[in-house]
Design a protein around this ligand. Structure first.
Ligand SMILES: [Zn+2]
Length: 92
């Protein structure tokens, strides 16, 4: 088996803008299937690329997923996006 990039799937609560990890260590295919499955239930989900395989067996007790979820939740609530945004209209 080769190391492939694994994905974590987080559920997005649009009202509270919170992210809840629901699965991890999934292949890209499985992650996509999961997201589509959730979509049919009107649940928003976000796929996150993992940098490494998560050790925990259960996603509920996975620190890495928990941290990632907190990170995303924070960004969603503050509206901060990590990208450089030079003045849009500097008019040259
Ligand atoms: Zn995890």
């Amino acid at each position: 088996m080769t190391e492939e990039n694994l994905r974590a799937v987080l559920r997005v609560d649009e009202k509270t803008k919170t992210f809840t990890p629901i699965a991890h260590n999934l292949s890209a295919e499985k992650a996509e299937a999961k997201v589509n499955e959730l979509k049919t239930e009107d649940v928003q989900a976000q796929v996150l690329e993992q940098t490494s395989r998560h050790k925990g067996r259960s996603v509920k007790s996975c620190e890495l997923c928990k941290n990632a979820a907190e990170n995303l939740s924070q960004k969603a609530t503050t509206g901060l996006v990590e990208e450089e945004d030079p003045e849009p209209e500097s008019g040259q």
